[in-house]
Design a protein around this ligand. Structure first.
Ligand code: 48H
Length: 262
């Protein structure tokens, strides 16, 4: 039997991916969703030595960043978030006559955040949907995952699992992971009602502030960042301004590091 370059390529990919997957079955932090808040959290956690992986349903991570505002591929950030953009080497320019506000190319932002998180050592599993959590003896212990095409086609295929000391819900508006933890594990959240409060309508400055304030541990070992945090705690939405998302990611990483004494 002869070995061809075709076999070499296939074997290289299978071995390399399998190695990566095996190496990430037990994590310090499992992040669900690869939106902007999660990508900032992933970079901060990875550069502080934690073993962190992102599981992203779509082929391309980046979440709601790519489309800017109504597909005009620019977004706005405030002064407070520039330091994070600079840390990722993402460019920005001041908005004329609006001190404190800056615009940037949404495609540069999405690609820059992804590149920065991966270069810091976070691992990305894209086209992977998180369909459940591991919940043992009253504790969140990791994620239940399957390929997105399996989910989309409704194929009856059992999932695999990854364990983690902490889970970060970065799934955006629907807070998918906290939702399913409430519905299936019947947990009581660290919110006013003990349940999911639900996202409120548009109020830009309130939404930006609450995105950061609502970035919290909602159940031991289960954190939320970005729009997910706002949905869980009842914050307002803010449209295509992203400073709150970036600052939320950084806060989530800080809280998780405190929890893990990292
Ligand atoms: C795997 C999943 C699953 C799952 C979802 O929404 P995102 O961009 O995340 P944030 O919160 O960092 O950023 C929010 C921002 O993009 C936004 O929507 C804003 C600012 N809106 C304001 C407004 O007024 O509307 O990304 C979440 C990611 C997506 O890529 C999903 O595909 C992914 O999470 N995801 N991945 N398993 N179960 N659920």
């Amino acid at each position: 039997m002869s070995h061809s370059v075709e076999n070499t390529i296939s074997a290289a990919i299978i071995k390399s991916f399998s190695g990566k997957f095996l190496d990430n079955l037990a994590l310090d932090v499992a992040i669900v969703g690869g939106g902007p808040s999660a990508l900032v959290a992933a970079k901060t956690l990875a550069q502080n030595g934690l073993k962190v992986a992102i599981f992203e349903r779509k082929l391309a991570p980046g979440g709601g960043t790519w489309g800017g505002g109504m597909l005009f591929n620019e977004v706005v950030v405030q002064d407070e978030a520039l330091e994070i953009l600079d840390d990722f080497s993402i460019g920005h320019k001041p908005v004329e006559d609006a001190p404190g506000y800056h615009t940037l190319d949404s495609v540069e932002m999405a690609s820059g955040l992804i590149f920065g998180a991966l270069k810091a050592g976070a691992k990305m599993f894209n086209s992977v949907s998180v369909e459940d959590i591991i919940f043992k003896e009253g504790k969140v212990g990791g994620l239940v995952i399957n390929w997105t095409p399996v989910e989309r086609l409704g194929m009856h295929v059992d999932p695999l699992t990854v364990t983690a000391d902490c889970v970060l819900d970065g799934t955006g508006h629907p807070s998918e992971i906290i939702n399913l933890a409430v519905n299936k594990a019947h947990i009581c959240l660290n919110t006013e009602s003990g349940g999911i409060m639900g996202e409120r309508p548009m109020w830009v400055d309130s939404g930006e502030a609450s995105t950061v304030a609502n970035t919290q541990e909602y159940f031991p070992g289960l954190f939320a960042c970005g729009m997910s945090a706002n949905n869980v705690a009842g914050g307002y939405r803010m449209g295509p301004i992203f400073g709150g998302m970036l600052l939320s990611g950084r806060k989530a990483a800080k809280l998780i590091m405190e929890k893990l004494h990292a």
